[in-house]
Ligand binder design. Structure first.
Ligand code: KG4
Ligand code: ZN
Length: 330
């Protein structure tokens, strides 16, 4: 089944063609980084307008790279939440129009679930159940992935997401937005032990809290007495320590054999290395998608959507954008 995957939930316009929920024929992006960078964050009104401008060309390019036409498409999938409402609406309306015009099934998918489904693209042997760690700009959560339509929340952040802390503290340090990648680069030249930052481990609970770290890191930046490289190293290490500890607890509590990590922060090299050690110490396997499938992309939408469409799932054309869609909702 050849599926079109459309992603417009935040600031990346992406369209992919995915065969049978496993083979990516194309995965095309129109980045808005240059649009939002002067503002140090995503400006919702500019994001939706940019999606509107970029989507037709991105779709054409995805078809061209896959060497297919719209007539070859068997189903249309789109992220319908969570995300910025006006951005989501651009993708949802386009997907509905395409599906209706082509007479093909339409399916809205959950952005957070799609991030995890990208792990199927990294490892064709992957079969649920597995433990999922989602770390992005808007979310930090641990889930139990029992099937493509059965995902249960184990715990999530009570306040800020890990990526949000990197982006906000990065901005204070004068790094470009989104700062995660630049913090990783700078951290590689720094010494974490030179800047003391807190970690909230939340006891045995599978929950996260990063607001204390954000405040402490912001104060350390304003203090002005530390090197940016050392600040970055310490901030990155604090976040990795917490994500590693919680993932280990979740693996031990659930006994699940595989740890899958997804979302933009999963692109972080030291985090990937640390989680590989955590998984090994629990007798589990680690699956992390290649970087291109970690940040927002259409392929993850086509992967999850294709797998669910093949089982007969379909959304009504009355489906609208759901900006606050919960992680467990299909
Ligand atoms: O999944 P994503 O592309 O968008 C959301 O759904 O939020 O994640 C974006 C987040 C940003 O906070 C960005 O700073 C972070 O992922 N990020 C990274 C790296 N690359 C992107 N964080 C740490 N290390 C990286 N290499
Ligand atoms: Zn995302």
């Amino acid at each position: 089944m050849l599926v079109l995957g459309i992603e417009t939930s935040c600031d990346d316009t992406s369209v992919a063609l995915v065969l049978d929920g496993r083979e990516v024929l194309s995965n095309v992006f129109a980045s808005q980084v240059a649009v939002h960078q002067p503002f140090g964050g995503v400006v919702p009104e500019l994001a939706s307008r940019s999606h509107l401008e970029a989507l037709p060309g991105t779709l054409d390019e995805a078809l061209r790279q896959a060497n297919r036409t719209l007539a070859d498409v068997d189903g249309v999938c789109v992220t319908y939440g969570p995300g910025l409402v006006a951005s989501l609406l651009v993708g949802v309306m386009a997907a509905k129009g395409l599906a209706a015009g082509l007479g093909r099934p339409f399916l809205g998918v959950n952005h957070l679930q799609a991030h995890l489904a990208a792990c199927f693209l990294a490892d064709p042997e992957l079969t649920p159940p597995f433990l999922g760690l989602i770390v992005s700009g808007g979310h930090t959560a641990l889930v139990r992935f029992d099937d493509v339509d059965a995902i249960r929340l184990l715990g999530q952040t009570r306040d800020d997401a890990a990526g949000e802390v990197l982006d906000k503290v990065g901005r204070l340090m004068g790094l470009p937005f989104p700062a995660g990648r630049y913090i990783e680069e700078s951290a590689a030249r720094g010494e974490a032990s030179r800047v003391r930052l807190p970690r909230a481990y939340m006891g045995q609970e599978l929950a996260f809290s990063f607001s204390g770290l954000k405040t402490a890191a912001s104060l350390a930046v304003r203090d002005g007495s530390h090197r940016v490289e050392d600040l970055c190293a310490s901030l990155e290490t604090s976040i990795i320590d917490v994500l590693a500890r919680k993932s280990e607890q979740a693996l031990r509590q659930t006994g699940l054999p595989v740890l899958c990590v997804a979302g933009g922060v999963a692109a972080n090299g030291p985090l990937r290395a640390r989680l590989a050690d955590v998984a090994a110490s629990c007798g589990a396997r680690l699956v992390v998608p290649p970087v291109v499938y970690c940040t927002d992309n259409g392929a993850m939408v086509g992967c999850l959507g294709g797998r669910r469409l093949m089982r007969g799932a379909v959304s009504p054309l009355s489906l609208s954008a759901a900006p606050s869609l919960a992680i467990e909702e299909n």
